[in-house]
Ligand binder design. Structure first.
Ligand code: C2E
Ligand code: CA
Ligand code: CA
Length: 647
């Protein structure tokens, strides 16, 4: 069955090819119309002069016929356009054939008539030579359709041959024989020319088809069948070249959030199916005239015409909603999330490159802003980017230039009011830009990989400072996931502890939930190695990420820090209170400390204490302070303790 189908397909393809080749061959009949016109003009003139010289009025009939046919042929050729697909190949061929055959026949008959009617010999020579030259000249010209070429030759020559034979004159009989030999010789030439023409046109067609196919492959993504990067570029350039000034276009850059996890947890085949499903949905939802492309990995780019900004917003929100619909694969339900960055032509970029940059920047903001959201490009984003680039350039130097320092913020026991830990928070005092917030430069450090050097430096500094504090006060250091994944991460921390002479039990590492989702092996090994020597781990910013809780049992965590958005800020209310209570209860069951972050007022302190939190951190107690002030806070505390004991 398959073999039959394949054979049929091959045949259809071959037919299609030969139809195209035939069309090209037929078109050769219509090339150089000037040669046809010149030919017609000379023969008609010769025929008229011949009739005049011979003084044979009957020959004028031939002149009239030749003129009528020539005019009809030229008119028909002008009326039919061989390059337009509206005219069928068959029709083109037929029209030419009728004209060519009738013209050759009349010319041949005219030549024959001069012999038959015994016209003066120079008239005979003139018209016989005309007919024979016409036949011999035109047949290879029309070799693209050999039937026509050979037909013209035969129709021009055979009547003359017959007339010569019929005359019975020896000279003319020799001429008839010569013509008889000429015909097969010319036929073989015509057929040869035809073969060469056909084969070279077929070869050119085949290589053109191959080139088209290669180009299609080069511009298509194999997993989803969408356009790939090259395909998108091509479509964008083509569209932008043809649009007028009023046209508006939107470029929507889509990045699937945490898609790596799908690949890592479920395997690449499932990942590919998810990508194909997303591709299908995008294709369904995009407006006519759009280009949907996969831009490598888990990124898609949609390029579509829009009426205005509102329209673009509507499309973006439809796209977002479509992607977020649960994907079902083999009975499993998968929640796919995506971030979208949108840029509009012309306001956000007039050429493809600028438009892409703008959409990319908008996408970056969507991701930084918490993912699973859509951002439209605006001009401030470029300013942010410039600032980021500056930060990137200066960060490495800042370490050497001593522009960075560590501040310490106390974490206080809510029962006793005593400082139990200081959280080390990095500060950058830039000579021109002033104080830079870690939220601004830590992400840059993470992206550029500087975080590894920076992180090691912070841990070493923090450990050195903490070694000066009383033994019951610990230090907490923030670790970014990238630092943990760097080779020799655990060793770096052990070295810092050894060099500072700090007991590992006095170091606490604050990690975020994203760590547990992104990289299980390396994380587990890191936590295990350091836990075994006594280092503690705290879960930072709890409640802002996945909060899947599964890992709380798997990893040896000592502390949970409830994010400050549950304590202060616009979303605080009954719900957040209930969450804090639930977390605090879980903490007491699992013997973990629960820290409430961001405490700014006495009411907040009372509320979280009442909810069951054991520790508190926030401006109410103290801001992050330099090391000497941290030491002073501790000394004051000890002082008042001593006084209380003495008093
Ligand atoms: P985080 O780990 O959640 O740190 C607590 C942040 O909350 C600090 O901001 C602190 O100044 C601020 N904060 C403390 N109490 C209050 C309060 O009562 N109200 C308000 N509104 N804010 C309060 P900071 O120092 O700007 O740090 C921001 C973030 O930068 C940190 O969040 C942490 O994720 C990161 N970070 C800071 N230092 C480091 C570091 O040395 N290494 C790494 N990897 N990340 C760091
Ligand atoms: Ca922290
Ligand atoms: Ca935090």
């Amino acid at each position: 069955m398959r073999a039959i189908c394949a054979a049929r397909l091959r045949r259809e393809r071959a037919d299609k090819l030969s139809a195209r080749v035939r069309r090209i061959l037929v078109k050769t009949l219509y090339t150089q119309p000037a040669s046809l016109a010149i030919g017609a003009f000379t023969t008609v003139t010769a025929a008229t002069l011949a009739a005049w010289f011979a003084e044979m009025p009957e020959l004028y009939v031939g002149c009239v016929l030749l003129t009528v046919i020539a005019v009809a042929r030229v008119t028909a050729a002008l009326g039919l356009s061989p390059n337009s697909h509206g005219t069928s190949t068959r029709k083109l061929e037929l029209v030419y054939e009728i004209g060519a055959f009738s013209y050759a026949l009349v010319l041949g008959m005219y030549g024959a008539a001069t012999i038959w009617l015994e016209a003066p010999s120079e008239v005979q020579v003139l018209m016989v030579a005309n007919a024979l030259c016409y036949g011999v000249g035109v047949s290879p010209r029309n070799a693209g359709r050999p039937v026509i070429g050979i037909g013209q030759l035969a129709l021009a020559c055979v009547p003359i041959m017959v007339a010569c034979l019929a005359s019975g004159k020896p000279g003319l009989i020799v001429l008839a024989v010569t013509i008889g030999l000429l015909i097969p010789a010319m036929m073989s030439i015509v057929l040869n020319v035809f073969k060469v023409l056909r084969d070279s046109i077929s070869a050119a067609e085949t290589s053109q088809q191959l080139a088209d196919k290669m180009q299609h492959l080069a511009r298509t993504d194999v997993v989803t069948g969408l356009a790939n990067r090259a395909g998108l570029n091509h479509a964008m350039v083509e569209t932008m070249m043809t649009v007028d000034d009023d046209t508006r276009l939107a470029l929507i850059w889509i990045d699937l959030d945490r898609f790596k996890e799908v690949n890592d947890l479920l395997g690449h085949p499932v990942g590919d199916r998810v990508l194909s499903e997303v591709a299908r949905r995008l294709t369904d939802v995009c407006p006519d005239g759009s280009t949907v492309s996969r831009f490598g990995g888990d990124e898609f780019v949609l390029f579509c015409p829009v009426d205005d900004r509102k329209h673009a917003e509507r499309i973006a929100s439809e796209v977002h909603a479509e992607i977020m619909r649960t994907v079902r694969i083999d009975g499993d339900r998968l929640e796919v999330r995506a971030s979208l960055g949108v840029a509009l032509l012309p306001e956000d970029g007039r050429d493809a490159d600028t438009l892409m940059q703008s959409a990319d920047l908008a996408l970056y903001h969507a991701k930084v802003g918490g993912r699973a959201q859509t951002r439209f490009f605006d001009k401030t984003m470029t300013r942010d980017l410039v600032r980021r680039r500056e930060i990137e350039d200066e960060l490495r130097a800042a370490l050497q230039r001593d522009e960075l320092s560590i501040f310490f913020q106390p974490i206080v026991d809510l029962e006793t009011g005593k400082i139990r830990t200081f959280e080390a928070l990095v500060r950058w005092f830039h000579p021109e830009k002033g104080e830079l917030r870690p939220d601004e430069f830590i992400p840059v450090a993470e992206e550029t990989g500087v975080i590894v050097t920076l992180g090691n430096w912070i841990t070493a500094q923090a450990a050195r400072t903490a070694a000066q504090w009383p033994e019951d006060v610990t230090v907490a250091v923030n670790l970014s996931p990238l630092q943990i994944r760097a080779p020799g991460a655990a060793l770096g921390i052990r070295n810092a502890l050894r060099e500072a002479g700090l007991d590992p039990a006095r170091l606490e590492l604050e990690v975020t939930e994203s760590l547990f989702i992104e990289d299980n092996h390396a994380t587990a090994a890191f936590i295990e190695e350091l836990s075994s020597i006594g280092v503690k781990f705290a879960l930072d910013d709890f409640g802002t990420g996945y909060s899947s809780l599964g890992y709380i049992n798997t990893f040896p965590l000592n502390k949970i820090k409830v994010d400050r958005s549950f304590v202060s800020g616009p979303n605080v209310g009954r719900k957040s209170d209930a969450i804090i209570r639930a977390v605090a209860e879980m903490g007491s069951t699992l013997e973990m400390e629960i820290v409430a972050e961001g405490l700014e007022t006495i009411e907040q302190v009372q509320a979280v204490r009442e909810a069951g939190c054991t520790l508190g951190q926030g401006f109410y107690f103290s801001r992050a302070v330099p090391d000497y002030l941290a030491a002073m806070l501790l000394a004051q505390e000890r002082d008042s303790d001593t006084r209380r004991v003495i008093g």
